[in-house]
Design a protein around this ligand. Structure first.
Ligand code: KG4
Ligand code: ZN
Length: 338
């Protein structure tokens, strides 16, 4: 018997991107539509939740229509709808979730609730079609920083996570303090290109204390440094500060990842979440991993940040594992990684 192809429609609306995508058999991307609100929120220096919800309402159905039409499929061809139900902004999440519930109810199709952070990890199955668990995942987004062992497609173990700020959050806060625009990660990265990463020795917290992270001390150290230099009337190289700050974050992320690889014996590591778009992180982790015989996978730029392809991919593996959600599924803004 010929195996039937499985088409999953993914929907993502957890923060400031309204996205929909159609993915075939878990790994073949038929469409990937993202309506970004970044330009609107930039004026406020960060995401304004109420505005985000309203924009998602305007965009969600047009984005879904566009994803179906670009994929050349109709709603009737879709086997299931996968949607992010957390973590994220509650009002934003509810828009995508309500659309997914209404469509699955009207079409009598399965609804699959997806954890946004698992989605980020699954973007790597799109990046590399040979990738199979087990592997180590370094999840670095705007709200989370964690090391996770992906034992199987539906089995994850949290090894450690941040005790305070997430890596992306630290990038955003320092960028804001330095007068750079939102989101701060790409801005710091740009500035850092012209700077010396060894110019200022910023602290690396909890380096030899397991797999938990802490970035709030680093954030304070950078702010104190900028204040002190200004008070002393010394000229500051913004490029050097950006490069040294970025290096302090990347150094901790890479060292902890290598410690976790050595302790678990895992032979593959993947990067997940918005900060994985950072070239210095990609290069330094690739180098350190290769030195211990481990290969690194990370998604292409557009799949590092929020998108619906990763949600459809995660949804596919839940679908074939018969993990279907009920219509009582609610948005969970504080949904945990594991
Ligand atoms: O995964 P994501 O798009 O949204 C969340 O789920 O949080 O991550 C957004 C975060 C922001 O903090 C942003 O500043 C950071 O990812 N980011 C970067 C880069 N691109 C995005 N951080 C460092 N370097 C980058 N190139
Ligand atoms: Zn995200």
């Amino acid at each position: 018997m010929v195996k039937k192809d499985i088409y999953i429609l993914g929907i993502e609306s957890s923060c400031d991107e309204t996205a929909a995508a159609v993915v075939k058999n878990g790994r073949i991307v038929l469409s990937d539509v993202i309506a970004s609100q970044i330009d609107i929120h930039r004026k406020f220096g960060g995401v304004v939740p109420e505005i985000a919800s309203r924009k998602h309402i305007e965009k969600v159905m047009p984005v879904i229509d566009e994803a179906l039409s670009r994929a050349g499929v109709e709603l009737a061809d879709i086997d299931a709808i996968a949607v992010t139900y957390g973590p994220g902004l509650v009002g934003a999440l509810l828009v995508g979730l309500s659309a997914a519930k209404a469509l699955t109810f009207a079409l009598d199709k399965p609804l699959i609730g997806v954890n946004h952070l698992e989605g980020h990890v699954f973007a790597n199955f799109i990046a590399d079609d040979e990738l199979e668990p087990p592997f180590l995942a370094l999840v670095v987004s705007g709200g989370h920083t964690a090391l996770m062992r992906v034992a199987d497609y539906n089995s994850f173990e949290l090894l450690g996570q941040t005790k305070d700020d997430a890596a992306g959050e630290a990038f955003d806060k320092i960028a804001r303090f330095m007068g750079l625009q939102y989101p701060g990660g790409p801005e710091i990265e740009k500035l850092a290109r012209g700077g010396n990463p060894a110019a200022v020795d910023f602290p690396r917290a909890l380096l030899d204390q397991g797999y938990d992270f802490s970035f709030s001390g680093l954030k304070s150290a950078v702010i104190n440094y900028l204040h002190k230099e200004k008070q002393a009337g010394r000229e500051i190289s913004r490029d050097d500060v950006a490069a040294s700050f970025q290096e302090a974050i990347v150094d901790v992320l890479v060292k902890k990842s290598i410690q976790a690889l050595e302790a678990t014996g895992l032979k593959k590591i993947v990067l997940a979440g918005g900060v994985s778009a950072n070239k210095t992180l990609q290069e330094e982790l690739a180098k350190a991993a290769s030195a211990v015989g481990v290969s690194l996978v990370y998604p292409k730029q557009v799949l590092c940040t929020d998108n619906a392809v990763m949600i459809a991919c995660r949804g596919y593996y839940k679908f074939i594992n018969k993990e279907i959600s009920g219509l009582d599924l609610n948005a969970d803004p504080a949904l945990k990684l594991v």
